[in-house]
Ligand binder design. Structure first.
Ligand SMILES: Cc1cc2nc3c(=O)[nH]c(=O)nc-3n(C[C@H](O)[C@H](O)[C@H](O)COP(=O)(O)O)c2cc1C
Length: 370
C-alpha cells in the first residue's frame, strides 16, 4: 500500500489502524538540536483526542504518546523520530455488524474494490484516527518552526452553516478557542452551535463545517513556482484528510466574483506596516492573496480555510448494499462524532506545520547567499 509517506526533506510516515494495537509516525529530516519533549507532543495529541471534543464526540481514548527514538536530553538528534500511541479503548465488537455492508459516505466499498480485503473495524487505516500520527509529527514540525518564530493557529470557523465571526475582527483573541470544546473563538457563537449540535445529535444526524488557519512569521520566498507551489502543497496536505472537501486561500472562491482592482494587494514598504524601518522588502496593504503569489510566500500572514463534510457515521437508519449486492437497512452503532470539525483543528495545524517545515528546508537549497 503506497501513500503513507509525506514530504521531501522533512518527512513523515504514519502507521497503524484504528483498531490495531497502536498507531504512530516516523519523522525523518528534522535537524538536530531542536528542543523537543514528550509534553509538546502530548499536548497536541490531547487537543485531537476523542473525548477532548466535548459534546461533539463520544469515543474516549487516553492517547498517551511514547517517544521511541530521535530525542536525547530534550533535543532532537537528527535521527528518525518514532512516536507511538497505543489503542486502549477500541470496542471492536461494535463493528461486527458492519463487516459485510458498505457504510454510506465511507471508504468501505472503494477500499474493497482496490485491495479486495479490508479491516472493517472503525475504517481501519481510512479512520480519522490515522491523523494521530500526523498530529504527533506536526508537534515536531511546530518545534522546528518555533525556532524561526513561525506560529500556526487554526480554529473552527463554521459549523452546520453557522459562521463564526472572524477572530481578526475580534482582535485575534484565540484564547477563547481552547476554552470551549468546539474550538470556536467566540463564546456566544459557541453556545449557539452547541445547541444546534444537540438537535442534530437527537435527530441521529451529523454536521460539517470549516476550519480556518493563519500562519504568522513566515518569511517571503517559500514554495516553488511550478508543481511545488505553496498553495498546491497545502491543498494536497489538507485534502489528504478524511472528510475534507475543499480549500480556499485568502479571498478564496469569492475572488472569482471580484475585480482585479479590488483583488490585487498593493505592495507598500515594510515600514508602513508598523515594522522597523530597517526591515527590507515589501509588505502588502491588504492580503486577498492569502500570503502567497505565484506559489511563493509573500511574507504576509498565510490564510486559508478547509471545508469538511458531515461525518458519514450517523445513527439514523440508512439504505445501503451488502457484499452480496442485497439492499440492507443500516443502523450504525458505536461511538461517533456528531461533528469532527473541532477535533480536526489541531490536525490542520499539524499538516500546515509539516508542509512549512519541509519548505523551509527545501528553500535552503534554492539559492546561494542569504
Ligand atoms: C480527525 C478526523 C475524525 C473523523 N471522525 C469521524 C467519525 O467520528 N465518524 C465518521 O463517520 N467519520 C469520521 N471522519 C471522516 C471519515 O474518516 C471519512 O469521511 C471517510 O473515511 C471517507 O473519506 P472521505 O470523506 O475523505 O471521502 C473523521 C475524519 C478525520 C480527519
Amino acid at each position: 500500500m503506497g501513500g503513507n509517506h509525506f514530504g521531501t526533506i522533512f518527512t513523515v510516515t504514519t502507521f497503524g489502524e484504528s483498531h490495531g494495537p497502536a498507531l504512530g509516525c516516523v519523522v525523518e529530516g528534522c535537524p538536530a538540536g531542536i528542543p523537543l519533549g514528550i509534553d509538546e507532543i502530548s499536548q497536541e495529541l490531547q487537543r485531537r483526542r476523542p473525548g477532548g471534543g466535548g459534546p461533539a464526540t463520544t469515543r474516549i481514548e487516553a492517547d498517551t504518546p511514547e517517544l521511541l527514538s530521535g530525542v536525547f536530553e530534550g533535543k532532537t538528534l537528527g535521527t528518525p523520530i518514532a512516536i507511538m500511541v497505543r489503542n486502549t479503548n477500541q470496542r471492536s465488537g461494535d463493528y461486527d455488524a458492519l463487516k459485510d455492508v458498505y457504510r454510506p459516505g465511507h471508504a468501505d466499498w472503494t477500499w474493497e474494490a482496490k485491495y479486495g480485503f479490508r479491516d472493517p473495524r472503525g475504517g481501519g487505516r481510512s479512520s480519522g484516527r490515522e491523523t494521530l500520527g500526523r498530529v504527533a509529527a506536526g508537534a515536531v514540525a511546530k518545534a522546528f518552526l518555533g525556532e524561526y518564530g513561525i506560529t500556526i493557529q487554526a480554529w473552527t470557523s463554521s459549523v452546520a452553516g453557522i459562521p463564526v465571526p472572524d477572530p481578526e475582527e475580534l482582535g485575534f483573541d484565540l484564547e477563547e478557542r481552547e476554552k470551549n470544546p468546539l474550538r470556536i473563538p467566540h463564546r456566544e457563537t459557541a453556545a449557539q452551535v452547541l445547541g444546534v449540535i444537540e438537535q442534530i445529535r437527537s435527530a441521529g444526524d451529523s454536521a460539517g463545517g470549516t476550519v480556518s488557519c493563519m500562519v504568522h512569521g513566515l518569511p517571503p520566498g517559500l514554495g516553488e513556482p511550478v508543481f511545488g507551489k505553496l498553495d498546491a502543497r497545502l491543498a494536497g496536505a489538507m485534502l489528504s484528510l478524511g472528510a475534507a472537501k475543499g480549500i480556499e486561500f485568502g479571498a478564496g472562491f469569492a475572488a472569482a466574483a471580484g475585480r482585479g482592482s479590488t483583488q490585487n494587494d498593493q505592495p507598500i514598504p515594510a515600514s508602513l506596516q508598523g515594522l522597523p524601518r530597517e526591515v527590507p522588502g515589501v509588505r502588502y496593504q491588504s492580503n486577498q492573496a492569502g500570503g502567497m503569489l505565484g506559489g511563493i510566500s509573500t511574507g504576509m500572514p498565510l490564510e486559508f480555510r478547509v471545508a469538511f463534510k458531515p461525518v458519514p457515521s450517523i445513527t439514523k437508519p440508512q439504505k445501503t448494499l451488502d457484499r452480496r449486492g442485497l439492499v440492507r437497512e443500516l443502523i450504525i452503532q458505536g461511538r461517533h462524532d456528531v461533528c469532527m470539525v473541532p477535533r480536526v483543528v489541531p490536525v490542520v495545524e499539524a499538516m500546515t506545520a509539516l508542509v512549512l517545515a519541509d519548505l523551509m528546508l527545501l528553500h535552503r537549497g534554492d539559492r546561494i547567499g542569504t
